[in-house]
Design a protein around this ligand. Structure first.
Ligand code: ATP
Ligand code: MG
Length: 400
């Protein structure tokens, strides 16, 4: 039986929470990999082992692990039983020899980790003995500095696991260990990156998107669905709330001074999002704001918008440059979808000269002319919930 051996970041998983974190990681790996022939995912000392059928597709197992936060690195591995009373590495040597027989390499290096200290040989002794065996049998040479092939051996629970390629995981914390948050997802470049970063810190992210219907097309919704589908790879299940915002914007346009529109839109979004966050049992809102990037993100306007929700608002991109955000969006793969043209509701009724330095008293005065609680209620009533499940078809639902 082949295995995947999965390593996590020791530092993040230290202390009393370790078992909890490890269990989350195991659950996640199991849900994600069971569709790809993985039968068991279990904890070994200091690592996790996933067992799969020999005929399973390693490419899809690997892809699943690469989308699992909390994984530091992983490898496909084979196991050979070890006898602690009569240590004999001949079988291990033969098995490795067999697996590397067709690989193109001239030099190799063996790196052993003895997790089970009951095994009477040290890591160095194992390196030497297996290395000498492979040199004799294959005619290849050892190179410690720059080998063509790295062979890893891990001695755990009376087994010697060996693997030939160690691949990096995405790092971070297992999704769910940091609770739930609600991300305001616009369809632009920034907010999907913000959601990704919170997922990476262990949050399960729900989404809300405000669209311009009936005044604008469905383009922004289509993009947002694609983005959520993409991000669902990391958390396996997502909920997206689609809120019609065109009517709310029309009322703001009719009743409030033009330069304040953008800030008033944002404050309305925050109010509706806060209500949704309560329903979603989320402890924070997440936005893709980056300081000074556009008119709504000046220090003054951010403060006036931030004043609205009681709940904590996280802005994981606040200190990043646009180029840094773009690089990250490319890296995670959301960039191409984000730059597709759409009709974001923010393009609807945009004033020619938005205020970049709004003051709370001015904004509160403008809001006195608006029926805020009715607008919030109206938005929530028209909420359309879409659920996304990895490996299953997207489900469409109404409110609750
Ligand atoms: P993005 O690239 O994420 O669209 P942006 O640079 O266009 O960001 P803004 O349009 O000012 O900046 O939006 C700032 C943040 O407000 C967004 O990152 C997002 O979190 C939220 N937001 C803006 N518009 C919407 C929307 N239509 N639906 C949901 N959230 C939105
Ligand atoms: Mg935007």
């Amino acid at each position: 039986m082949p295995f995947a051996l999965i390593h996590y970041h020791e530092v993040a998983l230290k202390g009393r929470n370790r078992k909890f974190f490890e269990q989350r990681l195991i659950q996640h790996l199991h849900s994600s990999l069971r569709h790809h022939g993985v039968t068991h995912v279990e904890s070994l000392p200091g690592r996790i082992r996933a067992t799969f059928h020999g005929e399973s597709c390693w490419e899809s197992i690997r892809d699943g692990i690469q989308h699992t936060f909390g994984v530091a690195n992983f490898s496909r591995a084979w196991a050979v039983p070890l006898d602690f009373t009569a240590p004999d590495l001949t079988t291990l040597g033969h098995r490795i020899e067999h697996e590397i027989a067709t690989l193109p390499f001239q030099t190799f290096r063996i790196t052993t980790k003895r997790a089970d200290k009951r095994f009477p040989m040290t890591s160095l002794e194992v390196n030497r003995e297996v290395g000498a065996h492979l040199c004799r049998q294959t005619g290849k040479h050892v190179s410690l500095g720059n080998p063509d092939l790295n062979i890893f051996i891990e001695l755990v629970n009376r087994e010697a696991y060996f693997s030939l390629v160690r691949e990096p995981g995405p790092g971070g914390l297992p999704v769910g260990v940091s609770g739930k948050v609600l991300c305001l997802l616009s369809g632009g470049i920034d907010s999907p990156v913000a959601a990704y970063r919170m997922m990476k810190r262990g949050c399960k992210v729900a989404f809300v998107h405000f669209h311009g219907r009936p005044y604008l097309s469905r383009a922004s919704e289509e993009k947002v669905r694609e983005l959520v589908e993409f991000l669902t790879r990391y958390q396996l299940y997502s909920r997206l709330h689609l809120i019609p915002f065109g009517e709310i914007q029309r009322q703001i346009v009719l009743d409030a001074p033009a330069p304040f529109r953008i800030v008033l839109y944002r404050r309305m979004m925050m109010r509706i999002a806060e209500e949704l966050a309560k329903r979603e049992q989320s402890w924070a809102l997440v936005t893709g704001d980056s300081l000074g990037q556009v008119a709504s993100q000046t220090p003054e306007n951010l403060q006036v918008v931030n004043e609205v929700p009681q709940i904590l608002t996280l802005r994981p991109l606040i200190g990043m440059d646009k180029q840094e955000i773009i690089d990250q969006a490319r890296q995670i793969g959301t960039f191409e979808t984000s730059i597709e043209p759409d009709q974001d509701c923010c393009t609807l009724f945009v004033p020619p000269h938005p205020s970049t330095k709004s003051r709370l008293d001015q904004i509160q005065k403008a809001e006195q002319r608006l029926d805020i609680s009715f607008m919030v209620k109206q938005g929530l009533e028209r909420d359309e919930l879409v659920e996304f499940t990895l490996n299953e078809k997207t489900k469409m639902g109404s409110n609750y």
